[in-house]
Write a protein that binds this ligand. Structure first.
Ligand SMILES: [Zn+2]
Length: 302
């Protein structure tokens, strides 16, 4: 297997990760001119530290620590020289496109691959499982921008929102996931239709499929993704897929399966429970069944 390494960049310890992150955020575009108090790196690492510590008050606490004790963990842990306020952080980072930070995702995966840690994530067919799902991170009926998704409700009201598709490497029985590059759900140039999860997933495949394909990937997704065009897009990128397929949204497919069951062409798995201390039968009422060579019905979905 070959996987494109950036051999000079291996953020394989926390300090090296922060150092590498600093090297990326130092190159963030800076719209300011003249004298500045805070660097772009301090703003970006400050924001990162809040997410890393999962404490919304982390930077406030560090500022007080600096005032009272003359030192702070923000400097020793994250190398933040001066801690900007929340508003200053927003003003500095808002104009920065998310694409500016994307190289960090690939660097982390490459580092884990080089160190052999990805092997623990291998599962079905020795593939890595990449779960794709969307999440909404902003919603308002008043505040909006040009990049908002717009939902018109039957009662006439409008919801503005921002969502993102977040692919992550997962493994059965593991609570740790490895995030890959996100793809934002936002109006696309030249497209009149609203953007959607499915279209964002296809863009992700086109942009990153060839990069991750050499690792051996099986894409996981819910019923929303179980559409013929997306399945074809996954296969074009040389990946496999396991997608949830609900009876009410895939009526014809289930009729097909029922027909196969009538002729005893539906197989039963051994049903090993992954992640158990020892391989054992799962606590399902009946073992999972599967059928091969089923055609998916072409979908008009996006
Ligand atoms: Zn918006």
């Amino acid at each position: 297997m070959s996987f494109p390494f950036q051999a000079n960049l291996r953020p394989d310890t926390f300090n090296r990760l922060v150092e590498y992150l600093r090297s990326v955020v130092e190159r963030f575009p800076d719209e300011r001119t003249g004298e500045t108090t805070y660097s772009m790196a301090d703003a970006a690492l400050g924001a990162f530290s809040v997410f890393f510590t999962q404490s919304p008050s982390f930077l406030d606490f560090q500022r007080n620590l600096q005032l009272t004790k003359g030192c702070n963990n923000a400097l020793t842990l994250f190398g933040i020289q001066r801690i900007p306020t929340d508003n200053q952080t927003r003003n500095l980072l808002d104009p920065v496109p998310p694409s500016a930070v994307l190289p960090v995702f690939a660097a982390v995966v490459e580092t884990l691959h080089a160190g052999g840690q990805l092997e623990a994530y291998r599962s079905i067919n020795d593939d890595l499982l990449v779960a794709i799902d969307g999440t909404r991170y902003f919603s308002s009926d008043k505040i909006h921008c040009d990049q908002c998704s717009v939902t018109q409700h039957k009662n006439g009201s409008i919801t503005y929102s921002h969502s993102v598709v977040t692919p992550v490497i997962v493994a059965p029985g593991s609570t740790r996931v490895i995030p890959l590059e996100p793809e934002f759900i936002t109006p696309q140039d030249g497209h009149k239709k609203q953007d959607c999860e499915n279209a964002a997933a296809k863009r992700w495949l086109v942009q990153f499929g060839s990069h991750y394909r050499p690792l051996g990937i099986t894409v996981l997704g819910d019923d929303l993704y179980c559409k013929q065009p997306l399945c074809e897009a996954i296969r074009r990128e040389g990946m496999n897929f396991i997608l949830v397929c609900k009876p009410d949204s895939h009526k014809t497919l289930y009729e097909w399966v029922a027909g196969l069951a009538a002729t005893n062409e539906v197989q039963t798995t051994k049903g090993i429970l992954w992640g158990a201390p020892r391989p054992c039968l799962p606590p399902w009422r009946s073992p999972p069944q599967y059928a091969s060579s089923i055609w998916m019905i072409p979908s008009n979905g996006c």
